[in-house]
Design a protein around this ligand. Structure first.
Ligand SMILES: Cc1cc2nc3c(=O)[nH]c(=O)nc-3n(C[C@H](O)[C@H](O)[C@H](O)COP(=O)(O)O)c2cc1C
Length: 399
């Protein structure tokens, strides 16, 4: 049986994983034999989270972190995904049980990505213009899908030089990067426009902004304003933009068409943009996609690259094509279709596949603030005596 102090450490590593707006849609339960990973749909009720896909990606990232940490403690992790099928209802709801995880002793193994779990962040700062990514780094990132046997990773941008590279099986590094980045920037800008025109999206995002350190420490979730990549003046203006009535009024004068220029520029000035895709659209695909995403993100961190998901638009696209009542106005449906066109012009995306994430990559100063996490105690349901053992042993084990 896995010692409980190690189990805590593994969960602690797991929850360093990213999640949409840092909503942390996970809970854990120790059933005496297995560790159960549960989804909490109430944590993300946004239009982004169609069929819990955004949350399942986050669960995949949690599992990848846990796997890396478990091996470093001499345990191999064997997760069974969605073991309770009968929990699914006719409405297409999934069982909240994402994985039942067994641990077995094995020789200790330090994954090269282990030290980067605590360093990985979402870096929303502007990236250094015109900085290219070296060949070796591109090769290291693009080899991950093959190494893991998971999914597809496409990259485009100022990689290497301007000479076009041929298509490889799962990898694309193109020479005409500026055209690609412009198209992707347009798709991202459509999302940002919708963020200020659709009340559900606006509410979800602003509900998760933490305006002070105190608020961040209290809630232990959401995104501290200091992680939003804004200068002090922009941060002040951003606070006003949290007022939906004001935003709706200012939209009469074109506000929602001006704001997206910021993220448009961020995309254009990045070294590269990438997309991760899985061959199917089952819940398992999204969890496995989250695992792949986490390895790519950790590897990017290892190579000194800043990483920023800009993927709201891919969730809106998937929602439009999945849900009979997606909750968008007719004008917004047309905009989303336009964004799909931009995306398709750059990457070989396909409606029958699961888009996991669109992101930008580049070089930027390190972040001074971090998004908080709930404590293990808040999210792990386990016998109270085990907590006592954990706190006694906690100082002896370090990640
Ligand atoms: C599925 C998913 C989608 C995300 N989408 C976005 C996004 O569109 N824009 C963004 O700025 N961050 C996005 N993020 C990053 C989260 O906001 C971030 O992981 C969270 O706030 C925790 O911060 P950290 O990654 O620095 O630990 C996404 C993360 C996940 C897992």
């Amino acid at each position: 049986m896995i010692p409980k102090d190690i189990l805590y450490k593994i969960v602690e590593a797991g929850i360093l994983a990213p999640s949409g707006d840092n909503c942390q849609p996970w809970r854990f339960k120790w059933d005496g034999q297995k560790l159960l990973l549960l989804n909490v749909p109430e944590e993300d009720t946004s239009l982004y989270n169609s069929r819990q896909r955004a949350s399942l990606i986050a669960h995949g990232a949690v599992l990848e972190n846990m796997d890396i940490a478990a091996r470093s403690y001499g345990y191999s992790m064997c997760p069974t995904l969605f073991p309770v099928r009968q929990g699914a209802s006719s409405k297409g709801e999934q069982s909240p049980l994402v994985a039942a995880i067994e641990f077995q002793e094995c020789p200790r193994e330090d994954d090269p990505l282990l030290p980067f779990m605590t360093k990985r962040v979402t870096n929303r700062n502007p990236y250094k213009k015109r900085k290219t990514i070296g060949k070796e780094v591109i090769a290291a990132l693009t080899s991950i899908p093959e190494e893991t046997g998971l999914g597809e990773l496409y990259l485009t941008g100022k990689a290497i030089d301007n000479s076009p590279l041929p298509w490889r099986e799962r990898v694309r590094v193109r020479g005409k990067f500026s055209d690609d980045l412009r198209l992707l920037a347009k798709a991202v800008a459509i999302h940002d426009r919708m963020l200020f025109e659709n009340e559900n999206l606006h509410h979800f995002v602003f509900e998760h902004i933490r305006w002070s350190e105190k608020e961040s420490l209290q809630t232990k979730d959401g995104m501290p304003i200091k992680t939003m990549g804004l200068n002090p003046f922009q941060a002040m203006a951003f606070r006003l933009l949290g007022n939906w009535a004001l935003v709706s009024f200012l939209n009469i004068f074109g506000l929602s068409r001006i704001i997206p220029f910021q993220s448009y520029k961020l995309c254009l000035n990045s070294s590269a943009m990438g997309l991760i895709q899985l061959p199917g659209t089952t819940p398992e695909d999204f969890v496995l996609g989250g695992r792949l995403l986490q390895r790519v993100w950790l590897a990017a961190t290892k190579h000194g690259l800043a990483f920023h998901p800009m993927t709201g638009i891919t969730f809106l696209i998937q929602r439009l094509y999945l849900d009979r009542e997606p909750g968008f106005s007719e004008a917004h449906k047309k905009l989303i279709e336009k964004a799909w066109g931009y995306l398709r012009n750059v990457f070989p995306v396909d409606k029958s596949k699961g888009i996991i994430m669109l992101f930008r990559l580049g070089y930027a100063p390190m972040l001074l603030a971090r998004a908080p996490r709930r404590t293990v105690k808040q999210i792990l349901d386990i016998d109270k005596n085990d907590y006592i053992n954990y706190h006694i042993n906690a100082h002896e084990t370090t990640l």
